[in-house]
Design a protein around this ligand. Structure first.
Ligand code: ZN
Length: 215
């Protein structure tokens, strides 16, 4: 899960799915008229947390492009929005399948909204930037994580049509983060040195890690 938690609200005051730009408003109204807001028919599911085996093993390819897949995508959107995230992978709601959704701004504040089934990361290049990153599967935490500034993902829609997603900046980070989830990795696996040690200490102290109810 790519979450607002890693988006420093002070550094990026206008970013995120809750940003209320005029363009966003128009799109939302149009979607309402057509009854097509992503996640509107979805169910908010419990999120899996760091340490759950499903987050630490590769997901499987989707083989059936039927109503169950459409329901999963709707549930992913509903859960992502409920958690104020900007991306969510299927294994974060307990489904070990290669699917993720996103509603994420790039560095130019262009909104990117969609889903990908059976995605492949076909390009990840450009400069490597270490930026704050977090994840709803490690609630409340973030750490400087290195990512490429440009990424391209190819995959399919819920109806089986091919789709290509290009990302730069913050959205490229999101795409790489979600692709990692489907390979059984979390951002903490990419954090290095003292940042990793600090993050793991914070994980050890986290209330959700001790089995209490996250707030
Ligand atoms: Zn994540």
């Amino acid at each position: 899960m790519w979450t607002s938690a890693y988006r420093d609200p002070f550094a990026l005051p206008n970013h995120g799915p809750r940003a209320a730009g005029a363009g966003r408003g128009h799109r939302t109204l149009a979607a309402m008229r057509h009854g097509s807001i992503p996640g509107a028919r979805g169910r908010v599911r419990p999120l899996t947390l760091l340490g759950d085996p499903i987050l630490h093993q590769p997901c499987e390819d989707v083989t059936a492009f039927g109503p169950e897949l459409a329901t999963l995508v709707e549930d992913l959107f509903a859960t992502m929005y409920a958690s104020q995230g900007v991306g969510l992978a299927a294994n974060q709601v307990g489904e070990p399948l290669r699917v993720f959704v996103y509603d994420c701004p790039d560095d130019e504040d262009v909104r990117h909204l969609g889903h990908v089934v059976n995605p492949r990361l076909v390009e990840a290049d450009g400069v490597v930037i270490r930026g704050p990153e977090g994840c709803l599967s490690l609630p409340g935490l973030e750490a400087g994580t290195e990512r490429h500034d440009h990424a391209v993902v190819e995959g399919f829609t819920v109806t089986g049509d091919p789709v290509t997603v290009h990302g730069t900046g913050f959205f490229a980070r999101c795409l790489q983060h979600e692709m990692d989830h489907l390979e059984g990795r979390v951002y903490a696996d990419r954090v290095k040195g003292w940042r990793h040690r600090k993050l793991m200490r914070q994980v050890g102290r986290a209330s959700w890690r001790r089995g209490s109810v996250p707030t």
